[in-house]
Design a protein around this ligand. Structure first.
Ligand code: SF4
Ligand code: SF4
Length: 325
């Protein structure tokens, strides 16, 4: 963390709708503790800073410090339901696990794509005898700055996987992938790597225009796994800062979240290109904010068709608690 090294060049502000709205830069965020939950933790400021300052980490650290000062609890209002659901994930289900390898769909993919979730579970079971566990990776709790709870979640997941003899988890969600990979002892692979290993999935023809979700934007690690399913090198969409759901900031800044999607939708319309992503949260939020044309690459690779179900998302993930198959 080097916010003291900020030279106030204003580049982060130019690339960030949140900083722009409040006319601040990362170097003076320390004077704006009241705004830390308005940041989307998207990392755009980090990517553009000429001084190598990691704005995302600085704001996350400020959230953690505020929680710590408040006795481990959140001072910021408006997150009670989220915490209640995710801190010890109320829809967790480990009844369909198999030894060695399991699918870990996370909570957002089943929320927005319930039918595809079922089809993917059945495909992996039929082709490779792979089971499924439903849990939340803990990233939303971590992003709120609840460090102790984050550690408890990781410990709990680790113990459950170890007890079941699971050595590999297959992830559908880029948030779960990048959050769990450095934290868990088990092997973490993307669904694309697994599909390729099993000889499943089809090649997508032509040049795809892809919006990489925030957690994968820097390393493009998952996109590398997707690459084997693409006929041509994709065009990366970087006009939108975030899908608007990052950092649990969408509720604080609904207009900015809408603007972020609008920028991308306009680009798609102007260029007449369909936008692909590989994050269910992005797909869902695009639809919520009025852009209906985005495609989830995983569905295309598997030849599945389902539009994100934004109306019944909570019911869809509640059902995972009772999944038997
Ligand atoms: S881009 Fe970096 S140096 Fe420039 S204002 Fe932002 S944090 Fe400071
Ligand atoms: S992490 Fe994203 S939303 Fe937060 S300050 Fe940086 S660019 Fe802005």
């Amino acid at each position: 963390m080097k916010s003291k090294e900020c030279v106030h060049c204003g580049k982060c502000t130019r690339y960030c709708k949140f900083l722009e709205k409040y006319k601040i830069d990362i170097g003076n965020m320390k004077d704006h503790e009241d705004l830390i939950y308005h940041c989307f933790l998207c990392g755009k400021c980090t990517a553009v800073c000429p001084m190598g300052i990691d704005g995302r980490e600085i704001i996350l650290h400020m959230r953690q410090k505020q929680v710590q000062k408040n006795g481990g609890k959140m001072r910021e209002k408006g997150y009670d339901m989220l915490i209640q659901e995710k801190q010890d994930y109320i829809f967790a289900n480990y009844k369909n696990q198999t030894k060695n390898s399991v699918l870990f769909p996370g909570c957002n993919f089943p929320s927005f794509f319930p039918k595809a979730t079922k089809q993917i579970i059945e495909l992996l079971r039929k082709e490779a005898g792979i089971g499924v566990v439903f849990d939340c990776c803990g990233k939303p709790i971590a992003e709120l700055g609840l460090l102790d709870k984050e550690n408890e979640i990781i410990k709990r997941i680790e113990e459950r996987l170890e007890k079941a003899g699971i050595e590999e988890i297959i992830l559908l969600c880029p948030n779960c992938y990048h959050f769990l990979k450095p934290r868990l002892k088990v092997k973490v692979v993307s669904i694309y790597e697994k599909l390729h290993e099993l000889g499943l999935g089809r090649k997508l023809l032509g040049k795809l225009h892809i919006f990489p979700p925030c957690p994968d934007r820097e390393s493009l690690e998952i996109l590398q796994d997707i690459r084997v399913f693409l006929e041509e090198k994709p065009e990366i969409i970087d006009s939108a800062q975030c899908c608007g759901l990052g950092g649990c900031a969408g509720g604080k800044e609904p207009e900015l979240a809408g603007d972020m999607v609008r920028v991308m939708a306009e680009e798609a319309e102007n260029t007449k290109n369909r936008i692909y992503t590989y994050c269910a949260s992005c797909s869902g939020n695009f639809v919520r904010k009025g852009y209906l044309e985005a495609e989830h690459i995983l569905l295309s690779v598997l030849g599945l068709t389902e539009k994100p179900d934004t109306k019944k998302s909570i019911i869809n993930r509640a059902k995972t608690k009772y999944w038997r198959g």
